[in-house]
Ligand binder design. Structure first.
Ligand code: BGC
Length: 382
């Protein structure tokens, strides 16, 4: 099977978006209360709409994407993002569904790293390691929010200041994340951060997608391409071994599109460690930090497709291996194993402990700046 054809215009298109900002337009973006947390804090939900009739709902809690309504090949809308109806569930039940993850998305071995001769200890919250920013990570904080619009897009800007020592990380980190949803069904996520002390940063969005609908069952029939010739193998606790290994001849080879389910049952040790795909692919780049196509995935059933672009070096492709039907999501859905996939653009896991990986260190005076685009399209059956 060949690679998907992707419209090259996208790379330039997102860059020009910010140049045409206008005042907030209620037809494009609206806000209402989503609910109230048990501690009394109110949570707002913004709905970003476009002229194609699509919409995306995002909370000020954790910058969480709670719904993505996009058309199938017949023009029928469905919500393709897993999530919850009650805001408290995002604090208690959620495996980071839809959330902004920080300060450090993915794992840091044993929650320890050394920076400029100082040792830092983070909370251990996953198989002896630190995962996704700690106990109260960025996904569980209420962000400052501001809505605006451009000629062809709705924009939600979220910001927060994470104090020095927050979850064990050094330095006060000021983070701003901008979600832009345009008339071409593109969701652009721009991340920006500065610090007052050397620290490590790795931000991502952790949406769970099912291109047939959030409650449509298995994603194993979805067809996936990842623009990567290598990946970072892990140990049994999902910490990279340090190697960067070729995907060729393994279940990890998605250079040419194939169904997600084709090799997921392979007996390979790496698949066993992850209980499926839960690994970091090293994205092919013309030069480091280039904004390029990272992956494309489509559902033969609905025709819905995501084309993913990023300037980040890595992509965690996760196949919902730990979903087990125990939590009740939207529309009373029990989300089951392999009921969704995540495309987490990122720096490599545990980079602070691997000098051979691209650095995640941010110093005072520097700016962390990265962009990822999810383009929601249609692929007619081939
Ligand atoms: C991790 C998985 C984890 C999931 C939810 C992914 O990024 O790699 O191992 O289960 O997030 O926390």
């Amino acid at each position: 099977m060949k690679k998907f054809l992707i419209c090259p215009a996208i790379v330039g298109a997102y860059l020009s978006l910010v140049s045409c900002m206008t005042n907030e337009n209620p037809d494009r973006i609206s806000v209402k209360q989503f609910g109230v947390l048990d501690d009394g804090r109110a949570v707002q939900v913004y709905t970003l709409k476009n002229s194609a009739g699509s919409s995306i709902d995002i909370l000020d809690l954790g910058g969480i994407i709670t719904a993505i309504n996009v058309p199938d090949r017949d023009g029928t809308l469905a919500d393709i993002a897993l999530g919850f109806d009650n805001p408290e569930q995002y604090l208690t039940d959620s495996p980071y569904m839809g959330a902004l993850v920080g300060r450090y998305a993915n794992r840091i071995a044993k929650g320890k790293f050394t920076l400029d001769g100082n040792d830092y200890s983070l909370a251990i919250n996953n198989m002896g390691n630190a995962l996704h920013g700690g106990i109260v990570g960025f996904d569980k904080k209420i962000w400052q929010s501001a809505a605006s619009t451009a000629d062809d897009a709705a924009i939600l800007t979220l910001s927060l200041v994470s104090p020095d020592g927050d979850e064990g990380y050094p330095g006060a980190l000021s983070a701003t994340v901008t979600y832009t949803f345009d008339d071409q069904n593109r969701l652009t996520i721009s991340y920006h951060a500065t610090t007052d002390k050397a620290t490590v940063v790795n931000l991502t969005n952790h949406s769970y997608f099912n291109l047939n609908g959030h409650n449509a069952g298995s994603i194993l029939d979805h067809v996936m391409m990842i623009n990567a010739a290598t990946y970072t193998p892990v140990d049994e606790t999902l910490i990279p071994t340090r190697e960067i290994s070729p995907v060729k001849g393994t279940a990890f080879d998605f250079e040419n599109a194939k169904p997600i389910g084709r090799d997921i049952g392979a007996g390979e040790q790496q698949i066993q460690y992850g209980l499926g795909y839960d690994h970091n692919w090293v994205l092919e780049k013309s030069s480091p930090n280039d904004f390029e196509l990272a992956a494309a995935v489509y559902s033969p059933k609905s025709g819905r497709m995501i084309s993913l672009y990023t300037d980040q070096p890595g992509l965690q492709f996760y196949t919902g291996n730990f979903l087990d039907g125990t939590v009740t999501g939207k529309d009373n859905t029990r989300y089951q194993k392999r009921g969704a996939f995540c495309l987490e653009t990122q720096h490599f896991p545990d980079s602070p402990n691997h000098p051979n990986f691209p650095t995640t260190i941010l110093r005072p005076g520097e700016t962390y700046e990265t962009t990822t685009v999810f383009e929601f399209g249609i692929l007619e059956q081939d």
